[in-house]
Design a protein around this ligand. Structure first.
Ligand code: URA
Length: 439
């Protein structure tokens, strides 16, 4: 077999055989195939797409390129959740303890921030002492005891994805639906859960900018999960506006705590209920109605918050911060962004909001950059709100005073104002299961 022939075949639009896909991916991971040939194959895939069969073979090969975690030492049905990325997306921090408090099992490996999107692990690490790199034995013990553990992805989960993602990043091949589907699902299959709930975000703060593209991505990921014997559903959610009001690290933890107390912003509280009940339903804990009632109950009676605090303690973190979030160190500098005109906020460029948070220090400009845990943005007005001239739109926080002014000027560009109230934003567009699409 020759890589040249594989590239040529894909370039001409023919379907690659399983052996050809394994030859290319395994060879690339083993450094027998150079970047320039893999780049050519990725570009051929970018233009010609992949058949379902190719996609399943590629995802399985990428998953098997490293450790396949065996969660059988954890009792019960393990349900994973994954978001395709967003701004202010702290859903896992609420949903996982809620599901655990209802009796579900969440053994979850989460990621760090990527580009303008934040990452659960970076946010968790803003809790003093919190360990996210713990060994498998302890991870299993915690999930068996508490029903929840959130840790970082170990180095050997889907190494093929790590290499391919880095190459896609520099060859303009990130925004390919089959390549995104294979990238996400390879990690999910390797992480070992029995069932998977996918949050496929849509809008200006998501990889998928249109519902049509998000539906295609969702269908492909559901087909991959089901093809690998893992029941998988996808829920399409709105990311045309930041989720909740906080974007950053410790300020998102504070918002997650408030939401676990039932005091979160309406949009975020609702999304958490949708995902937690979907996970319980998939975990066969009850009907849709029963699952939603269970979710609301554990939020109301405080057991979900207790479960979060217990996990933090078990992973070395200071649980007093969960009960007293005022202990989180705020940023030394802040600046308000005010409305230059009166009217309605017609739209927000959510990617730009995420990039502003990165400028403030909440994300990484370079791979090796250190995160400013207190940096970020709190939004007081979002799309659909009416504002007076001079009214506060947002507060920006940073430990670097010099960054604030530029960041505020940049964020201002992300708002569009108008005189008419825009149509109310839909929060959930559709649900995709192996049976089809439900609107
Ligand atoms: N997230 C991933 O893990 N991979 C992609 O390709 C895009 C988003």
């Amino acid at each position: 077999m020759r890589m040249y022939d594989i590239i040529d075949k894909k370039k001409r639009g023919f379907e690659l055989a399983k052996e050809e896909i394994y030859y290319a991916i395994d060879g690339y991971v083993a450094e027998e195939i150079p970047d320039y040939q893999m780049s050519a194959l990725l570009m051929a895939i970018y233009y010609n797409g992949m058949t379902d069969c190719e996609l399943i073979n590629m995802t399985e090969c990428m998953a098997k390129s490293g450790d396949m975690v065996d969660l059988s030492k954890i009792d019960g049905i393990k349900v994973d959740k994954h978001s395709t990325g967003g701004v202010g997306d702290k859903t896992t921090l609420v949903v996982a303890p809620v599901v655990a408090a209802c009796g579900g099992k969440v053994a979850k490996m989460s990621g760090r921030g990527l580009g303008f999107t934040g990452g659960t692990i970076d946010k968790l690490e803003s809790i003093p002492g919190m360990q996210t790199a713990i060994d498998e034995k302890k991870f299993f013990q915690i999930v068996n005891k508490l029903g929840i553990s959130l840790i970082g992805q170990s180095a050997n989960i889907a190494p093929a994805d790590k290499k391919l993602y880095a190459l896609r990043d520099v060859t303009a091949t990130v925004d390919s639906i089959p390549l995104i589907a294979a990238s996400i699902m390879s990690k999910k299959l390797a992480a070992g859960s029995d069932k998977i709930v996918l949050d496929v975000t849509v809008g200006s703060g998501a990889f998928m900018k249109s519902v049509d593209d998000a539906l295609i991505l969702a269908e492909k990921m559901v087909a991959i999960g089901e093809g690998a014997g893992r029941e998988t559903i996808a829920i399409l959610t709105n990311m045309d506006v930041p989720l909740g009001i906080a974007v950053g690290n410790n300020i998102e933890i504070i918002e997650a705590i408030e939401t676990l107390q039932g005091k979160g912003p309406d949009d975020f509280q609702k999304i958490c209920e949708v995902f937690a009940s979907a996970m319980l339903e998939l975990g066969q804990m009850g009907t849709k109605k029963e699952c939603l009632e269970m979710v609301q109950k554990v939020i109301k009676n405080g057991t979900a918050l207790d479960r979060f605090a217990a996990m933090v303690k078990e992973q070395g973190g200071d649980e007093s911060y969960i009960y007293h979030p005022e202990k989180f160190k705020g940023a030394p500098y802040e600046i308000n962004l005010t409305a230059k005109e009166a009217g309605y906020i017609v739209s927000m460029d959510t990617e730009l909001c995420g990039k502003t948070a990165v400028i403030l220090g909440a994300g990484r400009e370079r791979k090796e950059s250190l995160i400013d845990m207190a940096a970020g943005i709190r939004f007081f007005k979002k799309t659909g709100d009416q504002v007076e001239k001079g009214e506060k739109l947002a507060t920006l926080y940073s430990s670097n005073q010099k960054k604030l002014q530029d960041a505020a000027l940049y964020l201002e560009k992300g708002y569009t104002f108008g005189h008419e109230k825009p149509k109310e934003l839909k929060q959930v567009f559709a649900r995709v299961t192996k049976e089809g699409i439900i609107y």
